[in-house]
Ligand binder design. Structure first.
Ligand SMILES: N[C@@H](CCC(=O)N[C@@H](CS)C(=O)NCC(=O)O)C(=O)O
Length: 242
């Protein structure tokens, strides 16, 4: 169940079949979409192994498993493949017992999906802001565009008046958005949270969550990865490993 393995690249052989009783996640240590799956695997206590992939030098066999050539994807011990992070996480929630992350109540479930749609509108702006890091580009305008949409999450949480977006405990939506919050300080977005007290309190609670703690990447480590990533370095995926 380690995520500290070096990534497999173009020259690597495909890993063998997944051992019985385990599920395998193909991941990349710094990918927020893959972190969604790692959060769910840990939160639900699912026995798993992680195979990291070097996305700057992808192994050929990756495309035989996932034609999209993206992480995350899952492989089961009977050879089934599941890809796309939200589908992966929904599958994990459905297929494994334990803490149910997606509510069974139809309205509560719809509410989670509506929130996720709201959040999805934020990610393209987030990436534009991310790409201004370590440059002289002024991100002020992008940050105000981001805040206009971000406010909707504050409103949603204030209206619900619950500690988490799904109620009294961590739900699917909380995990689906967490990986981006972790990068707020790196992107100079943490100041926004002063204007969104409910989301700020939620973030503080999330930082205490065991799955969040287990998958957390320190901003300075992410920064080291990001520097290599923008240089298109094949070393990026394994940054900070011995
Ligand atoms: N829509 C996909 C996005 C996944 C994604 O973009 N993963 C990135 C890494 S963070 C990737 O695999 N990039 C490889 C590439 O673009 O070639 C999901 O939700 O799983």
């Amino acid at each position: 169940m380690t995520d500290s393995e070096r990534s497999l690249d173009k020259g690597s052989a495909a890993p063998g079949p997944v051992p019985q009783g385990l599920i395998r996640l193909y991941s990349m240590r710094f990918c927020p979409f893959a972190q969604r799956a790692r959060l769910v695997l840990i939160a639900k206590g699912i026995k798993h192994e992680v195979v990291n992939i070097n996305l700057k030098n992808k192994p050929h066999w990756m495309f035989e498993k996932n034609p999209l050539g993206l992480v995350p994807f899952l492989e089961t011990s009977d050879g089934k493949i599941i890809y796309e992070s939200t589908i992966v996480c929904e599958y994990l929630d459905d297929a494994f017992p334990g803490h149910e992350l997606i509510p069974s109540d139809p309205y509560a479930k719809a509410e989670q999906k509506m929130l996720l749609d709201t959040f999805s509108a934020l990610t393209p702006i987030f990436y534009k802001i991310l790409m201004t890091q370590n440059t002289n580009i002024d991100a002020t305008e992008l940050k105000s565009q981001f805040f206009e949409k971000f406010k909707k999450l504050e409103e949603a949480l204030a209206n619900k008046n619950t500690p988490y977006f799904g109620g009294d405990s961590v739900s699917f939506f909380d995990y689906m958005v967490w990986p981006w919050f972790e990068k707020f300080s790196f992107c100079g977005l943490e100041g926004l949270l002063d204007k969104t007290p409910n989301v700020k309190a939620w973030q503080d609670r999330m930082l205490q969550d065991p799955a969040v703690k287990a998958t957390f990447t320190e901003p300075e480590v992410f920064s080291g990865f990001f520097k290599l990533y923008v240089e298109d370095s094949v070393e990026a995926a394994d940054y900070n490993l011995n």
